[in-house]
Design a protein around this ligand. Structure first.
Ligand code: EPZ
Length: 420
């Protein structure tokens, strides 16, 4: 396998316009949901990410006919002929677990290898297993997860914990149940709302998405061809906001929707960023040294998103003042701090939180991405650092960012990807 690196010469201001990629965490459950549609699903603005490519391979392994033209993906699930997804295909990403609910809804059975995904601490699937059983499935957890439901009946269930993926799994399975399903203690992330939009386009009736209680009435007949345009990626937007704070500049994020990232915008504004919304998106500008926001505590939506925490930690490393950053969602999401310290950051890692004392500037160094957002955090640090930074582990970054080096270069950063 070619090992590529991203090389960045820092301290070039970022200016210009950037079309935000389609949302990774929005499109992945929607691609799994294509299995439920017995016709053709057309997914517009589908980002070019390795997690998307792997999901398309899973759909093909199930017998679906998949084609891609640029950012348009077409999935014909009328040819579906399987209900098992092997561990080799599921072990590289967390979102593959959504095929449990989707396949149960379509075929009444599912065998899915255990999901993988970024190492962010323990990532059990107990909430998923519990909800499938509450909805009437018989579930066995051996070398893979096997679920069967011969008579899927809609019912009222309460998720035993707040989980984005488990909420999505419950929504998908509910589309195959007889009668109405009511999901309580549901996650409220924007990606849940987007999945509901897609299921409604398919003919199901999903109400309450974005709140803690979602009600699903399955479609009596599916509508054949369903078209969905993937929403802009709010975490990619947060990433580029952090890059502007780190390097300085003025960037229009085309397609950015303030409603899905209010907490991120508020925190960045407190750090000295200026924002202006216009009809094309969100303009962000920053000049001079950022100011520490004091504290960042991640929480389930509408709280501060855990996925933006690593990139904000990178910016707080050069902010004036001290920042206490706690991640209440994942127990071990601070691996990027070791790499930031190599660049001169002053960070003390405690249990489940870090204390960051801002330094005037970071120095370029050889650093590594250990997970997706940690890798993005290194790019954010590098564009503001003095000198050259070489980032390895780019395969993690490519899981969630569409050619990040091209996006940064288009905004004026001195960045290139080297192979080998
Ligand atoms: C989704 O992961 C996202 N991934 C994550 O984004 C995101 O960080 C996370 O939601 C939280 O917003 C995708 O959408 C593909 P959870 P998910 O289930 O569904 C615990 C990124 O960088 N939990 O809401 O796996 C879990 O360990 C990725 O884009 C259980 O204990 O997250 C975690 O502590 C990273 N048992 C918390 O709940 C379960 O059965 C939240 O996890 C499930 C989850």
């Amino acid at each position: 396998m070619i090992v590529s690196r991203i090389v960045i010469e820092g301290q070039r201001r970022l200016c210009g316009e950037l079309e935000l990629q389609g949302s990774k965490n929005g499109v992945l459950p929607i691609l799994a949901a294509c299995v439920i549609n017995r016709g053709v699903s057309v997914i517009e603005n589908c980002p070019e990410l390795s997690d998307v490519e792997n999901t398309l391979l899973i759909l093909q392994s199930l017998g679906c006919t998949v084609s891609r033209e640029g950012h348009r993906v077409t999935v014909d699930a009328s040819t579906l002929n399987g209900s098992a997804v092997c561990g080799e295909m599921t072990g590289c990403m967390r979102s593959s677990i959504g095929f449990l609910g989707a396949l149960l809804a379509r075929t009444g059975s599912a065998e899915v290898g255990y999901p993988g995904g970024c190492a962010l601490g323990a990532r059990p699937i107990d909430i998923h297993i519990d909800l499938l059983r509450r909805l009437g499935a018989r579930v066995e957890c051996g070398g893979s997860v096997k679920a069967v439901c011969t008579d899927p009946k809609g019912s009222r269930i309460r998720l035993k914990g707040l989980s984005v993926g488990a909420t999505e799994n419950a929504m998908l399975f509910a589309c195959g149940c007889r009668g109405i399903t009511r999901i309580e203690n549901a996650a409220a992330e924007p990606e849940i709302v987007e999945l509901a939009e897609f299921l409604n386009a398919m003919g199901h009736r999903v109400k309450g998405a974005g709140g803690r209680c979602i009600e699903i009435t399955p479609a009596s007949t599916c509508r054949g061809t369903v078209v969905h345009r993937v929403h802009p990626d709010r975490i990619a937007a947060a990433t580029y906001i952090c890059a502007v704070m780190s390097a300085g500049g003025d960037v229009l994020l085309c397609g950015a929707r303030g409603c899905s990232m209010a907490n991120v915008v508020r925190t960045a504004a407190n750090m000295g960023c200026e924002f202006r919304y216009d009809r094309r998106g969100l303009r962000v500008s920053a000049n001079g040294r950022p100011t520490s926001p004091g504290r960042i505590i991640t929480r389930p939506h509408p709280g501060f998103p855990t996925d933006a925490q690593p990139m904000f930690t990178a910016v707080c490393s050069v902010a004036s003042g001290q920042t206490l950053i706690e991640d209440t969602v994942f127990s071990d999401r601070f691996r990027q701090c070791g790499e930031l310290i190599k660049m001169g950051a002053d960070i003390t890692v405690e249990s489940g939180r870090v204390r960051v004392k801002g330094v005037r500037e970071l120095q370029g160094a050889e650093v590594k991405a250990y997970d997706l957002r940690g890798g993005a955090a290194m790019a954010v640090a590098a564009v503001g650092a003095r000198g050259r930074t070489v980032i390895s582990g780019t395969e993690y970054i490519d899981r969630g960012y569409q050619r990040i080096e091209q996006s940064l270069a288009a905004l004026g950063a001195d960045v290139e990807r080297t192979d080998g």
